[in-house]
Design a protein around this ligand. Structure first.
Ligand code: AP5
Ligand code: MG
Length: 207
């Protein structure tokens, strides 16, 4: 399967992509995760990306296009989480894919629910595990239940940055819904309910 996950910040793209990876072994390419990793390692890419991510702006297309095209080489089954994020990236993706996409999954959720998911998110800075203080707490409280590292709030999950990310999403990313609908690739998944309920819907949508 060659999939793109589309949807607003906090809708649960990363959570669902990880499930597909665990069940089927498909490779997840999450541009946000790759950029945060580069920031943590202090690489030149990370240094460049930092200012954009902290403000909730998109990182320049050339940087993310390069990041994705390197990783797509030779992959048969993949989930692109967080890419493409505007029309330029979508056109670039069409050019770099050796074979066309099978589907673009659009996760749909009301804005209040997105904000509730983002405001309660905690992440492990060491292993990348993602928790939620209410819906998916770590069994070890403030520590990661996989590796024991103290959990942190993602820097761009502060309320003012969240508002800006939602605006950027509406302006730059949401137009991709029609772009992929016109290409008959769009599968809409209702993202309300528990992660398990959403996963069941996702699997049905991919049949
Ligand atoms: P990125 O990391 O891609 O962030 P995003 O798209 O804003 O999405 P999130 O990761 O915030 O949400 P998610 O949908 O993955 O939700 P999650 O599963 O974590 O991008 C960050 C930044 O990087 C961008 O702002 C930009 O600067 C840059 N960037 C990245 N890609 C780029 C690109 N292509 N071009 C340019 N710049 C780029 O879930 C959220 C929370 O909800 C968690 O706590 C989770 O536990 C919980 N949860 C999940 N599912 C459920 C459920 N069903 N019920 C209850 N809680 C749930
Ligand atoms: Mg994510």
């Amino acid at each position: 399967m060659r999939l793109v996950f589309l949807g607003a910040p906090g809708v649960g793209k990363g959570t669902q992509a990880r499930r597909l990876q665990e069940e089927y072994g498909w490779t997840v390419i999450a541009t946000g995760d790759l950029l945060r990793q580069a920031m943590a390692e202090g690489t030149p890419l990370g240094e460049l990306a930092k200012a954009y991510i902290q403000k909730g702006e998109l990182v320049p297309d050339a940087l993310v296009n390069q990041l994705v095209s390197e990783r797509l080489q030779g992959l048969e089954h993949f989930v692109l989480d967080g890419y493409p994020r505007n029309l330029t990236q979508a056109e670039m993706l069409e050019r770099i894919l050796p074979q066309p996409l099978d589907a673009v999954v659009y996760f749909e959720l009301a804005e209040e629910a997105l904000i509730a998911r983002l405001s309660g998110r905690r992440i492990c800075p060491a292993c990348g595990a993602v928790f939620h203080v209410v819906s998916n707490p770590s069994a070890r409280g403030e520590l990661c239940d996989r590796c024991g590292t103290p959990l942190v709030i993602r820097e761009d999950d502060r309320p003012e940055t969240v508002r800006h990310r939602l605006r950027v999403y509406q302006e730059q990313t949401a137009p991709l819904i029609d772009y992929y609908r016109q290409r008959s690739l769009l599968r809409v998944v209702d993202a309300e309910g528990t992660p398990e309920e959403v996963y069941q819907r996702l699997q049905k949508a991919l049949l």
